[in-house]
Design a protein. Structure first.
Ligand SMILES: [Zn+2]
Length: 62
């Protein structure tokens, strides 16, 4: 399964993910600890308000 890193926009394979965290009930996955740290500093900058769709599935370039 492939997901998108919300910080850098990279497509990452779930099995190889290096860092993740829960935020507002969602799981977010990151390509590196650096991106995780960046997200932790200002999570609101990277998450969009959503009503029910899974947050981490975003098309690259979309
Ligand atoms: Zn990243």
């Amino acid at each position: 399964m492939k997901i998108t890193d919300p910080v850098c926009g990279k497509t990452i394979v779930l099995e190889t993910v290096e860092a993740h965290m829960e935020f507002k009930g969602w799981s977010y996955f990151f390509c590196s600890k650096t991106c995780l740290n960046c997200f932790q500093r200002e999570p609101d900058q990277f998450v969009e308000e959503r009503s029910g769709a899974p947050p981490s599935i975003r098309r690259p370039g979309g």
